[in-house]
Design a protein around this ligand. Structure first.
Ligand SMILES: Nc1ncnc2c1ncn2[C@@H]1O[C@H](COP(=O)(O)OP(=O)(O)O)[C@@H](O)[C@H]1O
Ligand SMILES: [Mg+2]
Length: 328
């Protein structure tokens, strides 16, 4: 079977004037593409590297692959992750992972939260601010609050200033997000407590892998600490798997992750980010239907914890898609 590979490389993106410094954060390093290609081959498939959406368009007529392993993040806007899946759907080529709709509603955190609420999935109270108007109607929320861009990932726009204690800090951060990231700001109640992220794989039924706990500065009780863009490059943040929690807590978090995955109609693989407050109430922050598969990221930490290799994990995800498409 021949597997196409679609991706966006960090090296293909040239920062433009007016771009925030983290503009290329989501894109993959060439080494990640190399190791994924090797991992697919080691599972007995041949690989054709296709590239990004523009490359796919160019090769559209001449593609001969049985399935595409898509990790393309797309270039701009809230539909960016949906571009390659939409083209593949048009061409009638099966692909690994969520479809354009699921990717679009998850990347837009406001849309995702509306779905969570409709499904009874707990998520922090929130308000979206579109422009630089006066910030009103916050009475349903209590400081501290948290400000993030409405449709970014990879902790883009998140620094120590994202958690705000009062109206002045809030206004400043909202203005910063709107002007730098050129999109509405999502204001949420800050969930003080602990943080988990859950890798989910497969379909009918999806399987939550052992949950991962986020440790920052050596602490699991994060209280006011959170994941910033800066943490991606330093070693203050660590993924702990298995998470040192009771069986009951593990099950509660894992079940919530699977419910979220199903609510968004994720496929083959995904990752759900959850904060738990000091009373033990969990809140879903977001779902990533296209989580990083780099060797340093969560999926590989989980693979190690369950005795799987990187190749096994990539194979498991690919085989889930092959089975879903009934290609075997
Ligand atoms: N409401 C919140 N309360 C506390 N921390 C938050 C909240 N929202 C986000 N965070 C922190 O910011 C990080 C990134 O937010 P997230 O919503 O997962 O966006 P991204 O797409 O950038 O990963 C989370 O992992 C968490 O540490
Ligand atoms: Mg996240």
């Amino acid at each position: 079977m021949k597997v196409g590979l679609t991706y966006d490389l960090k090296t293909d993106y040239h920062l433009k004037a007016g771009d925030p410094p983290d503009a290329n954060a989501e894109f993959d390093h060439p080494d990640t593409i190399k190791v994924i290609a090797k991992a697919i081959e080691s599972n007995g498939f041949s690989v054709q590297k296709i590239g990004n959406a523009a490359d796919l368009l160019e090769k559209f007529e001449k593609l001969s692959v049985d399935i595409v392993f898509n990790i393309s993040e797309g270039l701009e806007g809230r539909n960016r992750e949906s571009q390659v899946p939409m083209l593949l759907e048009m061409a009638g080529i099966p692909f690994v992972g969520a479809d354009a709709l699921s990717l679009g509603v998850s990347l837009d955190k406001l849309m995702a939260k509306k779905i969570f609420m409709a499904e009874g999935i707990p998520t922090p109270k929130f308000k979206v601010v579109e422009g630089l108007e006066r910030i009103k109607n916050l009475d349903h929320m209590q400081f501290p609050l948290f400000v993030k861009p409405r449709f970014e990932g990879s902790s883009k726009g998140l620094t120590e200033a994202s958690r705000v204690e009062n109206k002045e800090e809030l206004k400043k951060q909202v203005e910063h997000i709107i002007s730098t990231y050129k999109q509405p700001a999502l204001i949420e109640e800050f969930i003080r407590g602990e943080e988990f992220t859950v890798a989910v794989v497969g379909n009918d039924p999806p399987e939550a892998l052992p949950i991962v706990q986020i440790q920052i500065d050596g602490e699991l009780k994060l209280r006011d600490k959170f994941y910033t863009f800066g943490h991606i490059k330093d070693d203050a943040l660590e993924y702990i798997c298995p998470a040192p929690v009771s069986k009951a807590v593990e099950k509660k978090i894992a079940d919530l992750a699977v419910r979220t995955y199903k609510a968004i109609e994720c496929r083959d693989f995904g990752r759900v980010d959850i904060r738990v407050d000091e009373k033990g109430n969990p809140y879903v922050l977001e779902i990533n239907p296209l989580p990083s598969l780099s060797t340093a990221d969560v999926f590989m930490v989980v693979a190690k914890a369950v005795g799987m290799t990187y190749e096994d994990m990539i194979g498991k995800i690919l085989k889930a898609a092959i089975k879903r498409h009934r290609l075997n």
